[in-house]
Ligand binder design. Structure first.
Ligand code: F3S
Length: 425
């Protein structure tokens, strides 16, 4: 690989041990994927933050990079941690875990990484612009950055994202190249279901991400789809859709006609995959376990809730009391806006718990609950794969209604959770 003078100096250890290790990681990765050079990045999102996923070995790696003088050269933010940094006790997190989680965050802070702990960095100030080269981990955020923002990133892992933060570089291959961003198949959502896709409800976007993601699997994970038939959508819809299509199809990029920025200059290629009502209905059904399962845990915020979603939640919960453990997961800066607007007070008065900085998947809650109710197809996938929870999938409004004891019993459908062998978030 052709390295610049500065990149060669990092590899030779002239910038310290951590920079050398980081450049070794990136050169190794670039060599595997046939990259000819590096490119500067302006933004990094690092995954692998929860101590529940990292363990002691992961923490030791981070400490060694911090001790070796590693410092982020560019804006770098973090994925969710294993707990709410302030409010961990009320979420039932034990103090030993809390201590270890704090050591993880301290290591990142020593490296000048901003400890935001959210999977929606684009809602809290880490917002790359169109065409910008970045290095992001977190599959839903990668898909959002590539598709919705038009920035350019591969699906980085925790170590390679950290390496990019320290060096300010990433090897040029995959989605950094024009040729890899061209769609290879068309997905047409038929008119009979276009009314399902309501700007104010992300439920069917989440299910659609599962349907298309699973179809992509049959064509090979790397195929970029050109999606037609969605008339309009909100940022929240796209957030949910990105999480699903990345989870179920490994997608890091899609184009959506009249919606995403690169779609206008592209045409719809053959073959064409048709998505019908029955596909969507089957996906919805498959995300719920059998009707006999009693929900004992409710979670909204996968990906982390926007301020608009929190405002809606406050409206739905005003004057009501929740009857089950109910976590609201969001980024801390979003929670702070909710505090200022009075939304948090309404939500907390209902008995729902804010779980800022974390989520129902990366928190150490395996064994605590049996069945989780959510509006997120991604949360269903990992709640089962990581925590062995059964799942019930409903709309945002239905989830809140169930939480306050006003909902109908959940859908009578077959158990068909997909197995998750590894945590990719
Ligand atoms: Fe975010 Fe956790 Fe979902 S990291 S995308 S809330 S599984």
């Amino acid at each position: 690989m052709n390295l610049t003078h500065d990149e060669r100096a990092m590899l030779d250890g002239k910038y310290g041990k951590a920079s050398r290790k980081a450049m070794e990681i990136l050169v190794g990765l670039g060599t595997i994927y046939g990259a000819k050079k590096m490119v500067p990045v302006s933004s990094v999102q690092i995954a692998g933050v929860s101590y529940d996923n990292l363990g002691e070995a992961g923490l030791q790696f981070l400490s060694s990079m911090a001790n070796g003088g590693g410092k982020a050269r560019v804006l770098a933010t973090l994925n969710p941690a294993g707990m709410d940094i302030d409010n961990w006790r009320s979420l039932g997190i034990n103090s030993e875990f809390a201590e270890n989680q704090k050591r993880v965050l301290e290591a990142f802070a020593r490296m000048n990484v901003i400890t935001t702990c959210t999977c929606t960095p684009y809602l809290v100030g880490n917002v790359p612009h169109f065409g910008e080269h970045i290095a992001w981990a977190e599959s839903s955020a990668v898909c959002y950055a590539n598709s919705v923002l038009g920035a350019r990133t591969n699906r980085e892992g925790g170590p390679s994202a950290l390496a990019s933060a320290i060096t300010g570089r990433t090897p040029v291959y995959g989605f950094h190249l024009d040729s890899q961003r061209i769609p290879k198949l068309t997905v047409e959502v038929t008119g009979e279901i276009s009314h399902y896709f309501d700007k104010n409800e992300s439920f069917y976007f989440s299910a659609l991400g599962k349907v298309i993601g699973e179809r992509l699997e049959t064509f090979g994970k790397k195929e970029v789809p050109y999606i037609m038939g969605i008339k309009s959508c909100s940022n929240e819809n796209l957030k949910s859709f990105c999480a699903s299509i990345a989870t179920y199809g490994g997608a890091a990029l899609f184009h959506m006609e009249n919606i995403t920025p690169e779609a206008a200059k592209l045409s719809s290629p053959k073959p064409t995959v048709i998505i019908e009502r029955s596909d969507l209905d089957m996906a919805v059904q498959s995300l719920s376990s059998s009707a006999s399962d009693e929900v004992d845990f409710i979670s909204l915020g996968c990906p982390h809730l926007s301020i608009k979603e929190i405002a809606h939640l406050a409206e739905l919960l005003e004057g009501k009391k929740v009857i089950k453990e109910f976590w609201i997961t969001t980024a801390r800066p979003i929670k702070q806006i909710a505090d200022e607007m009075g939304y948090s007070q309404i939500i907390e008065k209902s008995g729902a718990l804010f779980a800022s900085d974390t989520c129902c998947v990366v928190a150490p809650i395996k064994g605590r609950f049996n069945t989780m109710l959510t509006d997120s197809a991604k949360a269903c996938y990992y709640a089962y794969g990581k925590n062995n929870f059964k799942t019930v999938f409903k709309t945002f409004k239905e989830v809140v209604a169930e939480a306050v004891g006003e909902g109908s019993s959940h859908r009578d459908s077959k158990s068909n959770n997909s197995s998750a062998n590894s945590i990719l978030i």
